[in-house]
Design a protein around this ligand. Structure first.
Ligand SMILES: [Zn+2]
Length: 216
């Protein structure tokens, strides 16, 4: 469990855990956490080897940056998501392999497995393509995250959101695992998809159908 008692330390710990999972290639991932009128976000070029709590950057609601480092090039996307979804406090973006592969096919993750309902609906959408680091990419991600805790980004990667960094991290692991399993199934045939009524039944068991964020 990631301890959020000290948010800078918690973000550094999240980056380390993403790197341990092999989800951050080079400096590609970024993590943010809602904090006092804005967010704390990883700096550009961050990885678990060079990231320390004092290198994190605060960006307020007006986009004013406080810190010695430059915020992640994707800070517009993180800010747009936190602004659009007040129930979310943490945003994780990675270029994890299976998510990237699926996102490059511009396919959503469909209801091939009941656990897809854990993301809030019958699928995990693939956001329309927009250039990295742009305000438009933020708008695209916000659209794709409606009633969901995750989305893919076309020809780019994935996003997971959560009430806590731990929740967003677990959603990231779940999405990458399911994307890999879906791609494996696609190699030998067309996976059977669960009907919407079954996904709704499963979603109700998870307690988050149509809302995305799990309670608690
Ligand atoms: Zn990226």
């Amino acid at each position: 469990m990631i301890d959020e008692g000290n948010l800078p330390n918690a973000i550094v710990e999240t980056v380390r855990r993403l790197q341990d999972k092999g989800f951050n290639h080079g400096n590609s991932g970024n993590v943010s956490r809602r904090l006092s009128g804005g967010m704390l976000i990883t700096p550009t070029g961050a990885n678990s080897a060079n990231l320390t709590p004092d290198r994190l950057v605060h960006v307020d609601a007006a986009g004013v940056v406080t810190g010695e480092c430059i915020p992640s090039s994707e800070w517009h996307m993180h800010a747009a998501i936190l602004n659009a979804y007040p129930a979310a406090n943490a945003v994780i973006h990675t270029h994890a392999d299976a998510c990237v592969a699926l996102a490059c096919l511009r396919k959503p993750l469909p209801s091939f497995h009941y656990m897809v309902a854990a993301f809030g609906g019958t699928d995990v959408r693939c956001a329309r393509y927009a250039t990295f680091g742009t305000v438009d990419l933020g708008a695209s991600a916000v659209e794709a995250l409606k009633d969901r805790t995750a989305c893919l980004l076309a020809n780019h990667g994935m996003i997971a959101i959560g009430k806590t960094l731990e929740a967003a991290f677990q959603t990231t692991v779940k999405l990458e695992t399911l994307a890999r399993q879906y791609l494996m199934a696609l190699q030998v045939g067309e996976p059977a998809l669960l009907p919407e009524a079954e996904m709704e039944r499963v979603g109700k068991r998870y307690g988050n159908y149509g809302t995305g964020l799990l309670p608690g």
